[in-house]
Design a protein around this ligand. Structure first.
Ligand code: ZN
Length: 429
C-alpha cells in the first residue's frame, strides 16, 4: 500500500511520525485526560502551570500538525444525519406506570419502534420480568429517581441516593445498563445536574417544543420535550413531529400513563396514531440513549485524529462517560482503494449505499489492507450491547446470514446491526 493512494483525498490533515509518537504516548495513558500532562509541575503558580500545560497539550501538536498537513491527507469521516433519516424522535414514558406495560409496549412493538421508559422504585414490584422483557425487546429503561422526588428540594446526599443509588438498584434488578435520566416534575435546575451527569450521559429536563439540532449543541442534561395530554388532538402531535422534520432535528415527547387521570396521559388509540405517523414520515424513532449517543458521537468522530502506521490509517477517539456499550453510527468516508474499514480486527462491509455502520463504542477505526486487519490470535469482535431499531438482520440458528426474501419455515434469529445477542427466536412460516 503506497502513500500515493491518499494523495487525492481532500480532507483533514494526517500527520506522521512526530504526532504518532505524541498520540501513542497519549493512548498509553488512555484513561487519563490529556490535561493532566502538566499536572506534575507542582509548586508552580497556577497561571504559569496552565500556560505550560496549554503549550504541551495544544500549541506544540498544532504546530506539528500544520507543518505536516500539506504532505498527506486521510479521508474525513462524516456522520450521516439521524441514522439516514430526515429527523429523529423519541417517545419517553415516565414513572413506570403498569399501564405502559399494558398499552404502550404492545403498540410500540407492533410498529417495531423502541421507546424509553423512566422508572421509579414503585414501578418494579411484581413487574420486574415485564420490564426485563421490554429491555430485551429493544426498549430503553432509564432512571427517574427512586421516590419521584423534586431534586431541587432535598439535600445533596439525598440527591445522590435518589439518582446514583437508584440507578445501581435498577441495573442490578433488571440487569440492564442505565445511561439516561429524566428529572421528575421537569425540575432540572442547577444543583442536582452534576450528580445526574456523574452517572448518566444525557437527561430530559424541561418543557419545550424546539427540536434538538443536528449541527449545534443542546443542553444535554436538560433536553426539552413536548408533553402528551388527553386533551391534545392528533393534529397537535403531528404538528410537533412535522416541526422536528422541518428542522431536520430530534424531537422528544413525554407521556405518563394511559389511565386518563394523571397529567400527561394519552389514549392507546392516540399512541397508535402517533406511531403510524412517525413510520409514515420515515422518522428515526429510537430511545434517548440510542439517538443521543449517535448525536454526541458525531462531533467526536468528525474531529478524530487520523494517524498512519505500517498497516494503514488509524482514527481514534475517546468515549464519553456513561455511554451505551455499543453505539452504531452510520458514516461516510472515501476509503482509498486497496484498503478496508476495520474495527477490532473485523472488516466492516459497506452498506448498499456505500456508507459504513461502525461502532463508536470501539473507540477506534482503521483503514487498512483487509489482509492485515485480522491478526492471529485476535479475539473476534463482539459488540457489547443490543441496538434497538437499527438495521435488523436475520440468521439461521447455525449462524448463517439469511436474506429476508429467503425465509422458509423454521426458526430464525433476529439481530440488530452492531448488536451482541440474539433478540428473539421465532418460527417463521
Ligand atoms: Zn415523573
Amino acid at each position: 500500500m503506497g502513500r500515493s493512494s491518499y494523495q487525492n483525498i481532500t480532507t483533514r490533515p494526517c500527520v506522521f511520525l512526530p504526532v504518532t509518537i505524541y498520540y501513542s504516548q497519549r493512548l498509553e495513558k488512555r484513561n487519563r485526560p490529556l490535561s493532566r500532562i502538566g499536572s506534575g509541575i507542582h509548586g508552580w503558580p497556577p497561571v504559569r502551570r496552565r500556560i505550560v500545560t496549554s503549550v504541551l497539550n495544544n500549541i506544540i501538536p498544532a504546530l506539528i500538525s500544520a507543518a505536516f498537513a500539506a504532505v498527506y491527507a486521510a479521508p474525513s469521516i462524516s456522520v450521516v444525519p439521524w441514522n439516514g433519516h430526515a429527523a429523529a424522535y423519541t417517545l419517553t414514558f415516565d414513572d413506570g406506570h403498569s399501564t405502559q406495560l399494558e398499552h404502550a409496549i404492545p403498540i410500540l412493538d407492533s410498529y417495531e419502534l423502541a421507546a424509553s421508559f423512566y422508572l421509579i422504585s414503585a414501578s418494579l414490584p411484581g413487574h420486574e420480568q415485564e420490564w426485563k422483557d421490554a429491555a430485551a425487546a429493544g426498549h430503553e429503561i432509564g432512571n427517574h429517581t427512586a421516590t419521584h422526588t423534586n431534586l431541587d428540594s432535598i439535600p445533596s446526599d439525598s440527591v445522590t441516593k435518589e439518582v446514583v443509588g437508584f440507578k445501581d438498584t435498577l441495573e442490578q434488578i433488571l440487569e440492564v445498563d442505565i445511561t439516561t435520566f429524566v428529572f421528575p416534575y421537569f425540575a432540572g435546575s442547577g444543583a442536582a445536574i452534576p450528580t445526574v451527569a456523574s452517572a448518566h450521559f444525557m437527561a430530559r429536563g424541561q418543557f419545550g417544543d424546539s427540536p434538538i439540532s443536528w449541527e449545534s449543541d443542546a443542553d444535554w442534561m436538560e433536553l426539552p420535550a413536548t408533553v402528551a395530554n388527553t386533551n391534545v388532538p392528533l393534529s397537535q402531535y403531528r404538528a410537533w413531529i412535522d416541526n422536528a422534520a422541518a428542522q431536520s432535528g430530534w424531537g422528544l415527547l413525554c407521556v405518563h400513563g394511559f389511565d386518563g387521570e394523571t397529567c400527561c396521559s394519552i389514549e392507546p388509540d392516540m399512541l397508535d396514531d402517533i406511531c403510524a405517523y412517525l413510520v409514515q414520515k420515515n422518522i428515526w424513532v429510537a430511545p434517548m440513549s440510542v439517538i443521543g449517543s449517535y448525536r454526541l458521537a458525531k462531533p467526536i468522530l468528525e474531529s478524530a485524529p487520523a494517524l498512519e502506521d505500517a498497516d494503514g490509517i488509524t482514527y481514534s477517539w475517546d468515549i464519553p462517560d456513561n455511554f451505551p456499550l455499543s453505539v452504531p453510527v452510520l458514516v461516510e468516508l472515501s476509503v482509498p482503494s486497496g484498503l478496508a474499514v476495520v474495527q477490532a480486527n473485523h472488516v466492516i462491509a459497506a452498506e448498499p449505499d456505500g456508507t459504513y455502520r461502525i461502532d463508536f463504542a470501539a473507540g477506534e477505526m482503521k483503514l487498512s489492507d483487509p489482509g492485515t486487519g485480522r491478526r492471529p490470535g485476535a479475539r473476534p469482535y463482539r459488540p457489547r450491547a443490543r441496538v434497538p431499531h437499527s438495521e435488523e438482520r436475520l440468521f439461521s440458528v447455525d449462524g448463517a446470514r439469511v436474506d429476508a426474501g429467503d425465509i422458509s419455515a423454521g426458526v430464525y434469529v433476529r439481530r440488530y446491526a452492531g448488536g451482541r445477542a440474539q433478540l428473539k427466536v421465532r418460527g417463521v412460516k
